[in-house]
Design a protein. Structure first.
Length: 299
């Protein structure tokens, strides 16, 4: 197991920021750590990287306890902190060499890293002259310098424009293939775009931990159906496995079934038996976004 977090709690004074968090991450998996602002994402990440001690609980990275083997842990973790603090008056190569020095690296392969992170066209510049997208590349390059097995990326795409966003997501996906990546974000689409798994945290507690493919095979389904005439909800209740019905507009209904089996044929039969015509009939996706909103009660 690359990262094992067991019953971790964290207090800042009397305020509890994390409440008994447990999860395990495997190599080759990109996990989205998703939650609203203040949920506890950065706190958890700082604990995994050894920058902050937990109030209770145990975290191991590659089998090393973060409180007992801090140095070993930092050798196997690459960390891109929130807001990516960089030395703006340094040149790109200078900054990466400086970071290599911090890791006591004798022969860092900086040119190779510059190529891999797409920094080549801007590598001759001072960091202050770079766009936000390129600054994130420098931050990622610095996190990757010592070829860590684990990458902890705190809000790596915040503040990027749409093109930069796509580029950085691609880069994270590529470099993440061989590593264990934990990436925090408050944007659901981000997780859908790059992650294999989503851990949703709210008020310091895990409220969901799911693989993205599991989310796609939800055990419920919502059908949106429009008839050519008004239908009594009581009549629609006769359909099998119905849990809820909502009349959205005029003759349009959203019907929630408690099964993943395709219920559209049943709705067709219902319309036929009742002399109705179907003007539209669609499955509504159960998205990560709806799960996130339901679980964290964001409206
Ligand atoms: P997120 O990264 O999900 O936005 P944080 O981990 O930054 O959440 O914060 C979790 C909670 O802990 C918040 O209520 C925040 O105000 C509080 N907090 C974070 N850092 C500190 C600190 N250094 N001192 C006191 N409270 C803090």
């Amino acid at each position: 197991m690359s990262i094992a977090v067991s019953e971790v709690s964290k207090y800042y004074g009397s305020q509890q920021a994390l409440q008994s968090i447990t999860f395990h991450l495997k190599k080759g998996e990109i996990t989205g750590f998703l939650g609203p602002n203040g949920a506890g994402k950065s706190t958890m990440m700082k604990i995994i990287t050894g920058y902050l001690a937990p109030s209770s609980g145990v975290v191991t990275v590659n089998g090393f306890d973060i409180t007992k083997h801090r140095k070993k842990v930092q050798e196997s973790v690459g960390y891109l902190p929130e807001n990516n603090p960089l030395y703006l008056d340094m040149y790109v190569r200078e900054y990466l060499k400086f970071n290599a020095g911090l890791h006591n690296m004798k022969n860092p392969s900086i040119e190779d890293l510059i190529t891999r992170t797409g920094l080549t066209p801007e590598a001759h510049k001072k960091i202050e002259a770079l766009s936000k997208g390129y600054r994130q590349r420098v931050g990622l390059a610095a996190a990757l310098l010592h070829d860590p097995e684990v990458l902890i990326l705190d809000e790596p795409t915040t503040g990027l424009d749409p093109n930069q966003l796509v580029d950085i997501r691609k880069l994270i996906k590529t470099v993440g293939r061989e590593k264990t990546v934990l990436l925090s974000t408050h944007i659901m689409q981000e997780v859908e775009a790059i992650c294999d798994r989503a851990i949703i945290i709210d008020h310091g507690m895990i409220v969901a931990d799911k693989r993205l493919d599991e989310l796609k095979d939800a055990k419920e389904q919502v059908l949106v159906v429009e008839f050519d005439y008004r239908v009594e909800e009581m009549a629609l209740q006769q359909l099998p496995r119905v849990m809820a019905i909502k009349n959205t507009t005029r003759f349009c209904y959203e019907i929630l079934f408690d099964t993943a089996k395709d219920m559209r044929p049943m709705v067709f039969d219902f319309a036929y038996d009742n002399g109705l015509k179907i003007l539209q009939l669609n499955k509504k996706n159960t998205t990560l976004e709806s799960l996130f909103q339901e679980l964290t009660k964001i409206t």
